[in-house]
Design a protein around this ligand. Structure first.
Ligand SMILES: NC(=O)c1ccc[n+]([C@@H]2O[C@H](COP(=O)([O-])OP(=O)(O)OC[C@H]3O[C@@H](n4cnc5c(N)ncnc54)[C@H](OP(=O)(O)O)[C@@H]3O)[C@@H](O)[C@H]2O)c1
Length: 347
């Protein structure tokens, strides 16, 4: 395949670092690479043995790339992504800024990749003009991937989720915060009291808040979980309630899921669907459930276990999932979107 010039905005961050590693590992046909950071401090990234300095992005510099990955802040995506797409670049955005925009596909290739083809044909008449595609919030990955097949077959009408979200989901500064708090405890024997980047200390703690609260008492992550799951599963009338919780796990998000369907099933039917679900490894034996320490770092798929019928409602079951928020929840998913476009002659 022809080499493609690529820009990575946020190359010096947690997702950016993983994305560069994945482009290299998966032999993505990278022509020239343009890495960008805030430009507030000197930062260098390593790619194919070369050290390259990051610069602050500008529209002129970004236009030099055919494909631009945004793995930075919402406001940076807002400032550049749509303008670039309109000018003919392909933009894949990991921020939350465009996820719910009607004209922007929200994509996990194994869940709804096929809809990208129609999107290209319909809106852009397959003429390879620029385009903007969003990757979803890392918290919904476990639910969207594991439930996709069951939803197709049995129609999920209600979903309840409790998340157990790793610290690195909040970026590099959050990881440093947890490290500092653990060291503080190791050297003084006292629990940390400072809040740092989180609303509470995170080491040896957990709290039911991811993002700020709105006037109805929801935190922003809970709103994202509901809206993005409905969009990605193409289920506008599905009811979704969640409590999103930050836990002192370094990497890998876990979900406890309660799902109620329209149609009836047996546990054997659900096991069968889960085993056939693309991008999912399902553990039948209850004691073989996945945990983030084993399955949350540099894994390419979602892991699920603890399937059982729920006592609380008709046609309701429970499931546990674990996935790598930095890989399948962010960097890998973005690279897979680019690979999907390349494989389908859309790049
Ligand atoms: N972490 C996850 O699990 C995860 C999962 C899904 C989606 N996301 C999304 O991915 C994005 C990056 O997250 P992260 O965890 O990698 O954050 P991070 O570790 O804090 O990194 C942020 C990156 O953005 C850069 N940046 C900040 N301001 C910028 C500006 N004005 N112009 C250009 N670059 C700028 C930073 O550059 P400096 O090095 O110069 O500060 C750094 O490279 C966010 O939108 C996040 O919501 C994250």
């Amino acid at each position: 395949m022809e080499k493609i010039d690529i820009a990575v905005v946020g190359a010096s961050g947690m997702v950016g670092g993983e994305l560069l590693g994945l482009l290299e590992q998966r032999n993505f046909p990278v022509g020239q690479l343009f890495p960008f950071s805030s430009g507030k401090r000197d930062s260098f990234i390593k790619f194919k043995g070369k050290s390259i300095k990051c610069h602050a992005p500008s529209i002129e510099e970004l236009k030099k790339a055919r494909l631009v990955f945004f793995v930075s802040m919402d406001e940076v995506s807002a400032a550049f992504a749509r303008k670039l797409a309109e000018a003919g670049s392909i933009c894949i955005d990991d921020s939350s800024y465009y996820r719910l925009a009607e004209d922007v596909p929200l994509c996990i290739p194994e869940v709804n990749g096929a809809s990208l083809k129609n999107f290209f044909k319909g809106k852009n008449k397959g003429n390879k003009s620029g385009i903007l595609i969003a990757g979803p919030n890392c918290t919904i990955t476990g639910a969207a991937v594991s439930l996709a097949e069951i939803h197709r077959k049995y129609g999920i009408r209600e979903l309840r989720i409790s998340s157990y979200q790793a610290v690195c989901g909040a970026g590099r500064d959050a990881m440093l915060q947890m490290e500092k708090e653990v060291k503080h405890y190791a050297s003084t024997g006292e629990f940390p009291k400072e809040k740092g980047v989180f609303p509470r200390p995170i080491a040896f703690n957990l709290f039911p808040q991811v993002g700020g609260f709105d006037s109805e008492g929801f935190c922003s992550e809970e709103r994202k979980v509901s809206a993005e799951l409905k969009k990605i599963l193409n289920a506008p009338s599905m009811k979704v309630s969640s409590t999103t919780v930050r836990v002192p796990v370094l990497r890998g998000h876990s979900l406890a899921i309660w799902a109620a369907t329209e149609k009836t099933w047996t546990i054997a039917d659900l096991e069968c669907s889960l085993e056939k679900t693309p991008g999912l490894k399902f553990f039948r034996k209850p004691e073989e459930y996945p945990s983030p320490l084993e399955y949350g770092t540099r894994t390419d798929i979602v892991y699920a276990g603890r399937l059982r019928a729920a006592e609380t409602g008709k046609n309701e079951f429970q499931l546990w999932t674990v996935s790598d928020n930095l890989y399948k929840g962010a960097a890998l998913n973005s690279v897979q979107i680019a690979e999907y476009l390349a494989d389908n002659g859309l790049l």
